[in-house]
Design a binder for this molecule. Structure first.
Ligand code: PXP
Length: 244
């Protein structure tokens, strides 16, 4: 019997559509409710410094919803004092530290743990002190995995963006498999995400050490055509089929 594979649904882009016009519609909290009803195990949001999608008031509403539904809220955030204060206030059960550049369209690469190790170590500890399990969003690179362990992280999330975009995926899939295996051996929990869709999810879901996938943009886009429950159900089917 393999390990269970969870699906975290990232609802940021419901907020992106709302923000394009201002106002309240479409409401990311309603999307989170629908996603949980449709079988998502958790909700992921990235509160960016520029608040281009999820905003503080969304987080205010999402935290009690997830608590009530006993679902995981995974807060992606940059390593800043402001974000730490917000996270400390809300105490999400899971935090994923991501690199953040204002000018990027989306999170373009993983964190360079070697470069930021001095700041990361106390940041991870500070998040663990309010009870969060801390994940570091990294490229599938064994040096980064080793450093995640050294820095005291609980979890790594492997960036699947390059794998999803590559025409020949062989080497990048192999890097994801190798990193996942090493992390598991070191006692780190392994998540993966970024850019996954119905086509690319299978081989990542098949990596036995990966226990959580965080998927957003494709699901929200697909929901325009089929509705969110159907998009989530189909994604789960693809995940399950590859897992077994
Ligand atoms: N995981 C992390 C750490 C991310 O930053 C993102 C994008 O916000 C995702 C997963 C989801 O990526 P996508 O929206 O491309 O599915």
């Amino acid at each position: 019997m393999g390990r269970e594979l969870r699906l975290g649904v990232n609802i940021d882009h419901v907020a992106t559509v709302r923000n394009a016009r201002g106002g309240q519609h479409p409401d990311p909290v309603r999307a989170a409710t629908l996603a949980l009803d449709a079988g998502a195990d958790g909700i992921t949001v990235h509160l960016r410094e520029d608040r281009r999608h999820i905003r503080d008031e969304d987080l205010n509403a999402l935290m009690p919803l997830c608590r009530e539904r006993q679902a995981h809220l995974n807060l992606e955030m940059a390593m800043t004092d402001d974000m730490l204060a917000i996270a400390r206030h809300h105490r999400p059960p899971a935090v994923c530290v991501v690199p953040e550049k204002r000018e990027e369209r989306t999170t373009e690469g993983g964190l360079d743990l070697m470069q930021h190790q001095d700041r990361l170590r106390p940041f991870i500890q500070a998040c663990q002190d309010f009870g969060a399990r801390v994940s570091l969003f990294i490229e599938p690179d064994t040096r980064q995995v080793d450093m995640a362990k050294t820095l005291g992280a609980d979890v790594i999330e492997l960036h699947t963006g390059a794998y999803c975009l590559a025409a020949d995926k062989t080497d990048l899939l192999s890097a994801l498999q190798t990193s996942a295996k090493l992390a598991d051996r070191l006692g780190l929990e392994v998540h993966a995400g970024h850019g996954l869709d119905y086509q690319t999810v299978g081989p990542v879901a098949a990596i036995p050490e990966v226990v959580e996938l965080n998927i957003g943009h494709f699901l929200i886009g697909e929901a325009i055509f089929t509705g969110l429950p159907e998009a989530i159900a189909k994604m789960r089917q693809q995940m399950q089929a590859s897992r077994s």
